[in-house]
Design a protein around this ligand. Structure first.
Ligand code: 4AD
Ligand code: MG
Length: 464
């Protein structure tokens, strides 16, 4: 029976025959004994396979291809280890190779590789320590997202990826079209619609956010969330932006902005706590390898409340800051990531929730405050990241919403159904969007968003 490497490493049942399959990470040793580290992806650590020279002379291992990168099966006795660094090891009785990896050409050599180089070999980088750790943490965080919402009575709703409306009203969408030679037959079309360019006669795009459809569900199920891919045709040539990213968007009926902030803060602290508890080996490695402050920073977020203040107060702080900014700040301007990071990293030295932004720099659906100038928006700002969450209380008045849409040139005919939510049984409600990759950036301490998603989409990337 086959065991996972992690199960064996934690096993107390010794002196028994075991079987593992995985990939060779290193082979070293001398003419008496060879040590082969085998990793099967089940966790960060590899298991040490001990091969005695009588049965496995080095020349034979070499000839068989038992080298870095090869896929192998090992049979042997699980025994207490004599060596430092591991408590158990396998005394090999049989080693077979499924597939060799030519030592001359295999791109992943024993020496470390730069993250830039690894980005060019996205098909092999999951085999490195770094990407194994990142991918396992990414999985754990996705699982924790569902766990949190399920435990708190939320329903998971699947919102469409192909959509006819622009949820953010920002025009940053990718168009969906059919290939010219795969058009549906024109026989049913009496309207003169050009199928050549459209989705069965309608102009559609890839979604920028599942929020508006999430609101539909919240108006029936009360507490819901979406978790899916979203697409933005914006300049994504930064270390914080992707053209395709995953977003988590809870939406809750009867929640106001205060409730929304409480939810965002509780949710983020839960996720970080979950990572600290369940991803110890991977986090320890990333902490040692890339970012000595990582574990301390994660613990800090778990232990400390976020600073809450409104946009107007933040602008005052920024205007009197000693630091010189590339972009000047004045009331009414959108904050750049240098400003967000100043507030978080230099001024408050903790995560910040900023609220009540000027209406002109925020989306059409946000609830207008009584001052007529600001909206009930909230952004959560994190150290090293800047904006990790954007959300708001939604405008629930039909009259005010139609007025805002007119002011901002958001076409009513695309969103007639959204307006009907305000016409029939409208209620206060709030929600937010957490950028999943920004969360993974924070939790792993990685510096570039292209290194926390298996296949990053950004300008000039379409290899896979
Ligand atoms: O602030 P945004 O644009 O808000 C929305 O889309 C709302 N509909 C959310 C809601 O209220 N339901 O995006 C939300 C979050 C940002 O805070 C950021 O973390 C992430 O999504 N994000 C990106 N992540 C990676 N690449 C990009 N290009 C991103 N754009 C936004
Ligand atoms: Mg935003």
């Amino acid at each position: 029976r086959r065991s996972s490497v992690q199960d064996l490493l934690h096993s107390t049942e010794l002196d028994r025959e075991v079987l593992v399959r995985g990939w060779v990470r290193t082979r070293r040793g001398n003419k008496y004994v060879q040590f082969i580290a085998v990793n099967d992806g089940s966790g960060f650590n590899s298991i040490q396979v001990v091969a005695n020279a009588e049965q496995f002379p080095e020349e034979k291992l070499k000839a068989d291809g038992v080298e870095n990168g090869a896929a192998v099966q090992v049979r042997g006795q699980l025994v207490a280890s004599q060596g430092k660094g591991q408590s158990v090891e396998i005394q090999a009785s049989e080693i077979s190779v499924y597939g060799k990896a030519d030592t001359e050409t295999y791109p992943l050599q024993k020496k470390g590789h730069s993250l830039e180089f690894l980005r060019e070999i996205a098909h092999l980088r999951p085999r490195t320590n770094t990407f194994g750790a990142v991918l396992r943490i990414r999985h754990a965080m996705a699982f924790a997202v569902h766990q949190y919402f399920n435990d708190h009575g939320f329903y998971y709703v699947h919102t469409p990826i192909i959509t006819g409306s622009d949820a953010e009203g920002a025009g940053q969408m990718f168009r969906v079209t059919t290939l010219p030679d795969q058009n549906p037959p024109l026989t049913e079309d009496k309207t003169g619609v050009d199928y050549k360019q459209d989705f069965f006669g309608k102009q559609t795009n890839l979604t920028v956010s599942g929020q508006l459809e999430g609101e539909i569900a919240a108006m029936a199920l009360g507490k819901v969330y979406t978790f899916g891919p979203t697409f933005r045709a914006e300049n994504s040539n930064t270390a914080r932006h992707l053209a395709e990213f995953w977003m988590i968007e809870p939406e809750v009926a009867f929640n106001d902005l205060q409730d929304n902030m409480d939810l965002a803060e509780d949710f983020l602290r839960y996720l970080v706590r979950y990572a600290l508890k369940n991803c110890q080996d991977d986090l320890k490695f990333l902490n040692e390898q890339y970012d000595k402050e990582l574990l301390t920073r994660l613990q800090f977020v778990v232990d400390n409340e976020f600073q809450r203040l409104n946009y107007t107060e933040a602008v005052e702080i920024l205007k009197t800051a000693k630091q010189k900014f590339e972009f000047p700040v004045d009331w009414g301007t959108d904050l750049q990531s240098e400003h967000e990071r100043y507030l978080v990293e230099k001024h408050f030295k903790k995560p910040v929730i900023l609220t009540n932004y000027p209406k002109d720099i925020k989306a059409f659906y946000m609830k207008l405050n009584d001052d007529g100038k600001t909206v009930r928006a909230m952004d959560v700002l994190f150290p090293g990241i800047g904006e990790i969450i954007g959300g708001s209380e939604r405008e629930e008045s039909l009259e005010k919403l139609t007025q805002r849409m007119a002011e901002m040139n958001v076409p009513e005919h695309d969103l007639w159904w959204y307006l009907e939510l305000r016409k029939y049984g409208t209620a206060p409600h709030s929600g937010f969007g957490l950028g999943f990759e920004r969360l993974i950036l924070f939790v792993t301490g990685m510096a570039n968003i292209r290194d926390v998603i298996p296949f990053p989409r950004f300008p000039k990337s379409a290899e896979f």
